[in-house]
Design a protein around this ligand. Structure first.
Ligand code: FES
Length: 105
């Protein structure tokens, strides 16, 4: 199982906000919403759009290419044209540092 990788300090990411990070050579968008952190693949499942450049609205993020919305908490695809979830990853905050563990299932 992959291990947790430190990606940011909690104070460095605005709420709401995001930061593009690299974990185990994969691009991950770290999201800070409502006092919690979440992590998704930086890949829209419609056609590979960069979710890290999308607009955040409450717990959704919209792909900048064609507007598909995803649930920040789960990666679930909420609107067309995306029909498949993007991967979500485990996040923990320890002593002001944010760590992500890749979900390799
Ligand atoms: S690439 Fe994301 S909606 Fe098309």
């Amino acid at each position: 199982m992959p291990s947790f990788v430190r990606v940011a300090t909690a104070a460095s990411v605005p709420d709401p906000g995001r930061e593009l990070v690299e974990v185990d050579e994969q691009l991950i968008v770290l999201l800070h919403v409502g006092g919690e952190f979440f992590a998704l693949d930086d890949v829209c499942t419609h056609d590979g759009g960069p979710l890290s450049e999308g607009a955040i609205d409450d717990h959704t993020i919209a792909c900048p290419r064609h507007g598909a919305k995803f649930d920040i908490r789960t990666g679930a695809a909420l609107t067309m044209p995306a029909t498949h979830p993007t991967r979500s990853h485990e996040v923990k905050v320890d002593n002001g540092e944010v760590f992500v563990r890749i979900n390799d299932e």
